[in-house]
Write a protein that binds this ligand. Sequence first.
Ligand code: FAD
Ligand code: DLZ
Ligand code: SF4
Length: 512
Amino acid sequence: MAALILVLGDQLTESLSAIRNANKGEDLILMAEVQEEATYVKHHKKKIAFLFSAMRHFAAHLSALDHNVNYIKLNDESNQGSLLEQVKYTLTQRSYDKVICTMPGEHRLLKSMQQWENVLGVPVTILPDTRFLSTPEEFSEWAEGKKQLRMEFFYREMRRKHNVLMDGRNPIGGKWNYDAENRESMPATHQVPSHSVFKPDDITNEVLTLVENEFSDHFGELDNFYFAVTREQALSVLETFLDERLENFGKFQDAMVEGKPWMYHSHIAFYLNCGLLLPKEVIGAAERAYHAGQVPLNSAEGFIRQILGWREYVRGFYWHFMPNLKTDNYFDNKRSLPTFYWNAQTNMNCMRQCIKETQQNAYAHHIQRLMVLGNFSLLTELSPEEVQAWYLLVYADAYEWVELPNVAGMILYSDGGNLASKPYVASGSYINKMSNYCKNCGYQVSKKTGPKACPFNYLYWHFIDKHKETLSNNPRMAMIYKTYGRMKSENIDAMKESALIFLTKLENNEEV
Ligand code: FAD
Ligand code: DLZ
Ligand code: SF4
């Protein structure tokens, strides 16, 4: 009973359900670099290079473990261009009794795989993805009958269930969440440790040339490749984070500094999401660092919450709300992405810095994605479909299961509040408080209206005014609408006028 095992580019671990029980003598593991996956959105050049290199290294690792591996490079003659066609072709070369896969991370691919059996004429088994600490079914059970879904309560259950940072039935330290201690801006003289950089080896260099030749019209820069492409290297990124960054992770989690893209973040989502690191081992390592007295509780808990809480939550949320999550458009926003999302040419320094760093690194940290890029996307009423595609292609850690809930649910509120209890919108003063971007900006954060005023200021009040019918009943918006209620109508009108001038400029693709 020989099986053909298909392993996807984001399934690079030998603990994968499809690989774990492989018969080394008989089964064939198929991995393929295919145009369809690289171009269904035009992924950042660095993202493709990272993934192809990690895939090639992983295939070599499996071969060294005596697995039969058939690795198809993008330009191989036998490359069929898509995963299904590659599987079909492989079945013509030798007969296999069945095809085995592990559940993919995207709805479009799962729906397609569920039809493969009809096309291929052999049984296709789709095994669960056991790398996660919860299953989509568990999430749906938890969500069943609840009027409101909130990550915090899901997270507490996960803490209890997996006995993480617990003291019996209670959280260590007495509180579940230490976010109140995690909102410091960074002093100007503070030195952040440098991030991990790996020199490209021969395999990566070959891939870099391939990507430059084949995907030259894709977004982003290819030079200064820094990624870990093997498990050993990914483990070293994790270790360096635990030793040098985790201590300050909590304190500076929301801070942004011009010229410092990496801050105290871990930079491991790339590796968690493609399988080079496993969430359980990362959570365990952070918990041990806390118990060993190396890091404070607010940092350990804050970091663990991102992985055991948010990461698991958004995955459950994705499968629970798909396919509607992708098409929901609560505010009926339709504006196309401004050109500067692709070239960073804007006078708004915060947007310029975040987009430039995204071009360079295929990375921006959470608060840049949320409170600068996301905030702007919602305030300027951009089309959810276009914003979703942008986030999916520009970040090297982006796969739809994790990108879409963050974009549709967290930043755009296009799902009408299933994920976020209120829209994440803020004026320029928030960005000014958490960053030093405003110092080098063409706009003035202290000005509320007029050509020199920070666009986030009037766009914010324009949003609050426009959606007062639907949002003023939300208890979490009560304070904002109280302030709004006290504002003079001529001030509101002036904000609205500045906002409309700005939005018209965006519409006409004029420089802003
Ligand atoms: P750290 O800040 O060090 O956090 C540690 C880990 O926690 C991350 O590696 C990640 O695995 C997890 N995590 C943190 N926040 C979230 C979250 N909101 N959802 C899921 N996991 C989380 N994360 C992705 O992995 N892929 C995406 O495509 C993605 N798109 C996003 C889009 C938007 C609009 C927003 C607001 C957030 C998005 N995130 C995404 C979540 C988060 O921004 C990234 O996980 C994080 O920036 C990755 O960098 P890091 O590894 O240095 O994370
Ligand atoms: C993202 C990506 C890219 C760019 N290329 C490939 C590829 O050539 N072969 C492959 O198997 N997987 C690739 N991937 C990852 C898939 O898109 C990913 O497995 C699905 O989106 C499901 O998460
Ligand atoms: Fe951004 Fe406004 Fe600050 Fe400029 S002034 S950097 S646009 S928040």
